[in-house]
Design a protein around this ligand. Structure first.
Ligand code: HEM
Length: 463
């Protein structure tokens, strides 16, 4: 009897699972959709995608071509690995190809966050941001602030074992805070930093609003950050002392071109810290890693940085001309971003049914503009797996149409030069003051994010 029950149960389970799979096939079997598989209902192919990482993408491309459908991270998704179509997608937001970032990210970053707004609102918010970080602002205000910050931040690293992953994260956060509101270490910073780290984790979590989830903590962290920033804005308004920072520009007199509401100012500040945080910190950490592993590159970088140092007095800050002269350092930053692939791609979604590459893409589907593989294309980058910054000096690679490290089209990274300035200044003070070696034994993972799960420890000593 119990044997029969087991058989019956097994049959029922079999029917149930084949129904689920069938449901998926039927549900997404609209005529004209691109080829591909959708996996299980709700979960789709997320587990395979996260487990196999870039290999999942490569295998699907081998079976279905560079434009295929899948169901990942909770959404029916088109993955596009074709550079031409990717460029078209990034250039054509007005045709209904808007940012498609996950709900948790949008909830936590706020409804005026740049990734959440489209059309004229996006133009306005982007204009406001660019007015803070344009070349004149960079030259006159941001670069001097970055210089003061980096030379102080890199004090006292001598004769210590440092977790460069933690340090570069802290560095990216504190540097942004100083540029935004002249905040140095202190009480405000001590309360802001842990909230910001919770906010970041929340944006990368599933939107499950339950006590103890990263999402709930992220939402709470946002509330705390909004309250800190509102208080800061109030204080600034009642204070007579002039400040030279982004917040003072945003709160400036009534005749400024971009007048934002307090909520927009707060969301823009969160956008600036958030967008530069992981990109700048991970690129800095990986640059330290690659420089350690490639002595000839380090030698060339040091030659460049010492020649900057030698033509200045010790108290002279890194200025615009110094930055422009750091051609090899810039190349090291690009090569690091390429080889480590700090950004795998960007997300868009459709606001209406549309035809792309001869296929139907239904309204509300996500498009993963997956640019990772371009970084390893041997036609673009000879011997693509080698760390070779010199390749960026040879041709004008930076303006190549398939260069997607900073995105492309209407949402191309507005913080590119600011990010490069921060990393270059960090590298300047790091390599001209210290030598270092890895302690060893630390692991690095490259997907879905580049990180050292237990930190990346280096032993630092001064010259
Ligand atoms: C090495 C450093 C950086 C890298 C690799 C990087 C990469 C990117 C990429 C790939 C995008 C495109 C996103 C999309 O199309 O959806 C982007 C957008 C953006 N980045 Fe960066 N970024 C860096 C540094 C920064 C910094 C320092 C800031 C600070 C201001 C910043 C602010 C932004 C903003 C606000 C956007 C959204 C632009 C829009 O939607 O119009 N980024 N970044």
């Amino acid at each position: 009897m119990s044997f029969l029950m087991v058989i019956l149960l097994a049959l029922l389970l079999l029917c149930f699972f084949s129904f689920l799979l069938r449901w998926s096939v039927v549900r997404y079997n609209k005529k004209g959709l691109p080829p591909g598989t959708m996996g299980w209902p709700i979960f789709g192919e997320t587990t395979e995608f996260l487990k196999q990482g870039p290999n999942f993408m490569k295998n699907q491309r081998a079976r279905y071509g560079s434009f295929f459908k899948s169901h990942i991270l909770g959404c029916p998704t088109i993955v596009c690995m074709d550079p031409e179509i990717n460029r078209y997608i990034l250039m054509n937001e007005a045709k209904g190809l808007v940012p498609g970032y996950p709900k948790s990210m949008l909830d936590i970053l706020g409804k005026c966050n740049i990734a959440a707004v489209h059309g004229s609102t996006h133009k306005y918010m982007r204009g406001a941001l660019l007015s803070l970080i344009n070349p004149t602002m960079m030259r006159n205000h941001l670069l001097p602030t970055i210089d003061v910050f980096m030379r102080t931040y890199l004090n006292d690293w001598d004769d210590r074992i440092i977790n460069i992953q933690d340090k570069s994260k802290e560095m990216a956060f504190l540097s942004a805070l100083k540029q935004i509101a002249s905040i140095d270490s202190g009480l405000l910073c001590d309360s802001f930093m842990p909230e910001f780290f919770k906010l970041v984790l929340g944006t990368l979590s599933l939107p499950i609003d339950f006590p103890g989830t990263n999402y709930r903590r992220g939402i709470q962290a946002r509330k705390n950050i909004v309250s800190i920033l509102s208080q800061l804005i109030e204080e600034r308004r009642s204070c007579q002392q002039p400040h030279q920072d982004m917040l003072s520009c945003l709160l400036g007199s009534d005749d400024i071109k971009y007048k934002l509401t307090d909520q927009e100012i707060i969301d823009l500040i969160i956008t600036i810290i958030y967008s530069g945080y992981e990109t700048v910190s991970t690129t800095s950490m990986m640059a330290v890693k690659y420089l350690h592993d490639h002595p000839l590159v380090l030698q060339e970088l040091k030659r460049e940085q010492f020649s900057v140092k030698e033509r200045k007095k010790p108290e002279d800050p890194i200025d615009w001309n110094d930055l422009k002269s750091m051609r090899f350092t810039r190349a090291v930053i690009f090569e690091t971003s390429r080889l480590a692939t700090i950004v795998n791609g960007v997300l868009r979604k459709t606001t209406k049914d549309m035809e792309l590459n001869g296929f139907l893409v239904p309204k509300g589907w996500r498009i993963y503009v997956y640019t990772r593989e371009i970084n390893y294309d041997p036609f673009l980058y000879a011997d693509p797996l080698s760390f070779n910054p010199w390749r960026w000096l040879d041709k004008n690679m930076e303006s190549h149409s398939n260069f997607f490290i900073f995105g492309g089209g209407t949402r191309q990274c507005p913080g590119k030069e600011l990010g490069i300035a921060e990393i270059s200044t960090f590298l300047h003070y790091f390599v001209t003051r210290y030598r270092w070696e890895e302690v060893g034994g630390d692991k690095l993972t490259k997907f879905p994010r580049v990180e050292a799960p237990n930190g990346l420890h280096i032993r630092v000593s001064s010259y």
